[in-house]
Design a protein around this ligand. Sequence first.
Ligand code: COA
Ligand code: AMP
Length: 631
Amino acid sequence: MNTDDLYKQSLENKEHFWKEQAREISWFEFPQTIISQNQNHYTQWFADGKLNMCYLCIDKHIEDGFGNETAIIYDSPVTNQKRKYTFYEAREEISKLAGGLLSLGMKKGDTAVIYMPMIPQTLFAMLACARIGVIHNVVFGGFAPNELVVRIDDCKPKALITATAGIEIAKRIPYLPLVEKAIELAQDKVENIIVFNRKLVDNQHEMFDGLVDYEELVQKSQAAECVSVESTHPLYLLYTSGTTGKPKGITRDTGGYATALKFSMKYIYGVEPGETYWAASDFGWAVGHSFSVYGPLINRNTTVIFEGKPIMTPDAGTFWRIISEYKVSVMFTAPTAIRAIKKEDPNGELVKKYDLSHFRKQFLAGERCDVSTLDWFAEHIGVPAIDHWWQTESGWPMLGLMTFDENYKIKRASAGKPIPGYDITIFDENGYELDAHEGYLVIKLPLPPGALLGIWKDNERFQSSYLSQFNGYYFSGDGAIKDEDGYIFITGRVDDVINVAGHRLSTSEMEEIVSTHPDVAECAVVGIDDELKGQVPFATVVLKNGSVISEENIEKEIVKNVREKIGAVACLKNVMTVKRLPKTRSGKILRKLIRTLVDKKEFQIPSTIDDEKIIDEIQQKIIAYKTKKNN
Ligand code: COA
Ligand code: AMP
């Protein structure tokens, strides 16, 4: 079947199509019911099928005779460590950790938060949970304790699995003080705190009472077998930014997800079992779940765990060193990583040091990829750089190219065409289909296997965030335009979500923090263009009457607050004080106008603006602010 046939079949004969795809993975009980609805009248896939994700990733390959093949490569330039794990070795560690979790009273359906850096033990913890039906929630290590608290309070974990420290280039980030603070602030007590001691330096001073040592737990525990779970059993929760300050607990099923990932590895990434596949993403993001852990392992690919950055660890040749050393065939990263490399190594001198003959394809996602980055890649790396689009919610690509079919054609600046299973349309605000005009990207229901089951214990929010805008369609939150050949170009978020270095963050969440400053009367946080990170947040604040704080101090204090509440990763570094914010006559802040003015882009004066004179005022202020910052 070629790409067009696959796409057509996936929509016209869904049930048959996905049943056939489900045969590509091993089930303990193959599903008889392919599509059905859950109690919220939302689609679920393979409801009566039974399987286990850890079995698919590890045990199955051992049973098939591949136990001595390399499952995982850990490469950590920041700690000078390298290590390979075979499927046998991975099973030994994962099954004993799973046994340890059982011995602590964990059982199928419980939740566990994993707050760890890019080390193999994070992957082991995820798979150990999956092995016994515990639902994991990985929290990105760059988030501050507050973010951890929000997740703990929402998913009420029975265990928190963490490590003593992460390393950011040369800086050691101790995790335990952050965990201790989060535990203190959380509403409920977490019964078990399991710590992997990295023994990087003397960690003793960080320890607090009641911790379980990860290694001791593994050593003393009996190996646990894979439990059989229903296809709809949640494998994990992954919190992502929405349009309110509170992150949404995207809930992923097991059977639909496993089927979709197997399909992706073969058809989208075009990678064969046994090859090395590397997604350079943190485990804390959707890419880390789908394409650093589950996708490649289901497909029996060797996956790479990289603890470092594209630059400075030790230089901008790191990616090419890894690709060469481990014969990586297919790689996935965010455009910001390539931009960072391009900036450090504009002429590709470091690339020339490495043999990239095994490297076939580079996939990019997480944010829009600019054409000059694609040009640099084409000139210096010489393999196709393929943009594709997806979200935490989908769990696998929705737009892209089916590279198993060698006739795939890249159109620069486009994220590709709809992937099988995704019936994608561009709507105007009234739900009329648009051709060759920018509008809202929507997807006709039902979504295919692998897409979100819902928002953890909050169906109302699930409905209002995604399903209520256009009847019968999922609303992506992205703007897009489709060309005459069916290629889709993502134009950016249409809500309060921004992408900073490929990290999805909420400006509403930042506004909530900014507005708690005692001197702030009101504020607006918008995402402005950034050459390296794609976007960075920019805060505009109005001070309370009578406030005497200086502009420098308010900026310093707000930057510190956001860093403490969300984490350094939020990258809020600019806070501009103004006399008033631009608003509509009905009092709504014109955030888009602020963004356009800061980015110095062309704009039309909004017809609803309350007072046009404010535009001039803000423009003057921006010039003064930027001049001051540059000095
Ligand atoms: N733990 C603790 N702190 C972290 C962290 C983590 N896991 N990740 C990032 N941070 C901190 C950084 O140390 C930095 O702190 P600082 O302000 O004190 O220096 C801050 O958060 C911002 O980090 P980052 O966004 O990584 O910016 P950077 O300037 O250090 O590096 C890049 C720039 C482009 C090299 C980097 O952003 C990068 O590698 N991007 C690719 C990310 C990616 O793959 N995203 C895709 C997700 S699907
Ligand atoms: P996340 O849920 O963190 O994966 O972020 C998803 C969001 O990132 C999408 O809604 C888009 O706004 C953006 N995004 C992801 N991939 C792309 C892409 N290829 N081009 C443009 N934007 C993208």
